[in-house]
Write a new protein. Structure first.
Length: 179
């Protein structure tokens, strides 16, 4: 099975809501209480919120979608990314930063080239928005993600608190130039 990367459409919001909750759960459920996970998933991945994020003209939601060898798109999401114009912490520096708020790949598709292709599309989308710096927050205990971001040129520039339910966690702030 191959894949394509495309911009999300409003009609994708309900399915993206379920997919986003699934991939977040695959990544973090083992390290957090069920109560904190349920609260965070309910607040963050509601279909209405996904629709608002897709409709935001200053950001971008990108989907990696399964396709057959002839390029016909199948009805399966493999990964997604969410870029958002959001003020960067002072430690990010640079002109015109843009945040990579979410970047998730379904567990079954990890290690199959989807993440690298999606990151290339994220960088293109950031450039289209005339951003010069791409930044993100990543949990300090997410070794797989940290290694991936390092391979893609990100460097640690700070940290901030990320609240998941009632749990205050430390996210490392990573950034890279995209010029």
């Amino acid at each position: 099975m191959n894949f394509i990367i495309r911009s999300a459409q409003l009609a994708d919001a309900p399915r993206l809501s379920a997919f986003a909750a699934l991939t977040f759960g695959e990544t973090f459920a083992g390290d957090n209480t069920p109560e904190d996970m349920a609260r965070y998933l309910g607040e963050t991945f509601a279909a209405e919120r996904q629709a608002a994020e897709i409709a935001d003209p200053t950001g971008a939601v990108l989907l990696a979608v399964a396709a057959d060898r002839d390029g016909r798109v199948a009805d399966e999401f493999l990964a997604y990314a969410h870029l958002v114009a959001f003020p960067a912490p002072a430690t990010v520096g640079g002109d015109r930063p843009i945040e990579l708020r979410r970047f998730y790949v379904a567990r079954a598709w990890q290690g199959r080239g989807v993440a690298g292709a999606l990151m290339d599309a994220v960088l293109d989308a950031a450039r289209e928005r005339t951003a010069e710096v791409l930044w993100l927050g990543v949990w300090e205990r997410n070794a797989r993600a940290l290694a991936f971001y390092r391979r893609h040129g990100f460097r640690r520039v700070g940290e901030h608190v990320f609240v998941l339910g009632d749990d205050r966690q430390t996210d490392w702030i990573l950034a890279r130039d995209i010029a």
